[in-house]
Ligand binder design. Structure first.
Ligand SMILES: NC(=O)CC[C@H](N)C(=O)O
Length: 383
């Protein structure tokens, strides 16, 4: 016998998907995206760049390795909710400290299972990332008209600054992973660690860990930090993090800061939202994509070397390469759609990428970029 649905996903165009709810109860309005990664659901859900987005996993088995605090990319799951093919099973993994549904319930995140995620993914590809309401009610009472109306009324991510809401409230130091560099593991370099300021627009922990592993003693500052506040730390390099929302909206305060940073002759490295805002500060424009890139197997070409990297991706906006000014070089392009994936400023140690070299989840082909940042700081020291 068919189970009575306890959750539903209402798209703004009136399409309704019914399924079984898990995690928290209630309703949430968000943009719906799909992620094609086969592993790493916990890292995806705790990536702050997913704020105000519900994630549909195209991989059908989600939840079967449970959850563990070590895999959190931030202290809370920040994706608004998830859509999966099957209800999460009992976790079976030696690292599991709990099950996905319980973890989501405690952290106020809604899940829906039993959904035809192929059909849903096709809808997302066709119509662009839709606005949705995801609702979970154990009694199964849904006012469909009201849910659709709420999805329709939601203004969407364009123009939304969400970085401020997920950024740290206060500055802190990050040195987890620095011991690996001190002990000579992995990255080149010895001596005094590099003083790096990371501006937190919603930074994933594995980015901070990767910076530390390549020799950075990181001070993390809130998204609204000014160039003077940053320079007060006497950084040898500045990192601009990933983050949620529209880069142009966050750029309202980030772009003036980045422009004054560019007056100092410092290495600057940006990832994802950081890349987009560096591009804006250099005079380029960003655009909203149809359904974005969210996965762990996206091929990207380094146009300077011809090498292809398989990358981890999570973005719904992109830099319009046509608008990059003279002296700013496009370094990487997506082999899926030719969109911009990286830039550098000619003759200066200022560069950024649209994808996620820290992976988590995903392949580590692009980890060399952290070494490139460390090498730039080493060169500035004079050797
Ligand atoms: N991962 C990110 O930093 C995402 C950047 C931006 N919010 C986008 O969707 O394009």
């Amino acid at each position: 016998m068919e189970q009575k649905p306890t959750a539903c996903l209402a798209l703004a165009d009136g399409t309704i998907f019914y399924g079984q709810g898990f995690g928290a109860t209630g309703a949430v309005v968000a943009e719906l995206v799909f992620n094609t990664a086969m592993t790493g659901y916990q890292e995806i859900m705790t990536d702050p760049s997913y704020a105000a987005q519900v994630v549909t996993f195209t991989f059908p088995h989600i939840g079967n390795t449970g959850v563990t605090p070590e895999d959190d990319e931030a202290s809370d799951p920040v994706a608004a909710g998830i859509v999966v093919k099957w209800d999460p099973s009992e976790p079976s993994n030696w690292r599991a400290a709990g099950d996905l549904a319980g973890w989501m319930e405690r952290r106020g995140r809604i899940g829906i299972g039993g959904i035809d995620t192929r059909r849903l993914t096709r809808a997302i590809r066709q119509q662009g990332a839709p606005h949705v309401v995801l609702a979970h009610d154990p009694q199964g009472n849904f006012d469909i008209e009201a849910l659709v109306a709420r999805a329709r009324a939601w203004p969407g991510l364009v123009g939304m600054d969400l970085a401020r809401g997920v950024s740290c409230a206060q500055s802190y130091r990050w040195d987890e992973g620095l011991w690996r560099w001190n002990e000579g593991f992995g990255a080149r370099g010895t001596g005094t660690p590099f003083r790096v300021v990371a501006v937190d627009y919603g930074a994933k922990r594995n980015i901070l860990r990767s910076l530390a592993e390549s020799g950075a003693d990181v001070t993390v500052l809130p998204a609204t930090a000014t160039a003077d506040e940053i320079m007060a730390h006497q950084p040898e390099g500045v990192f601009l993090s990933n983050g949620p929302g529209d880069p142009a909206a966050t750029g309202a305060y980030a772009v003036p800061m980045i422009r004054s940073l560019l007056d100092h002759d410092l290495p600057i490295f940006g990832i994802c939202l950081g890349h987009q805002m560096l591009a804006l500060a250099l005079g380029a424009r960003t655009v909203k994509m149809n359904h974005g890139h969210h996965g762990a197997n996206h091929p990207v070409k380094d146009v300077e070397t011809g090498k292809v990297e398989i990358t981890s991706m999570n973005h719904g906006f992109a830099v319009d390469a046509q608008t990059l000014p003279e002296g700013v070089i496009e370094t990487h392009v997506s082999l899926f759609d030719g969109s911009n994936c990286g830039l550098r400023v000619a003759e200066r140690p200022v560069f950024s990428v649209q994808y996620h070299p820290e992976a988590s989840p995903g392949p580590q082909d692009s980890a060399y970029l952290f070494q490139r940042f460390a090498d730039a700081m080493q060169a500035r020291r004079g050797g």
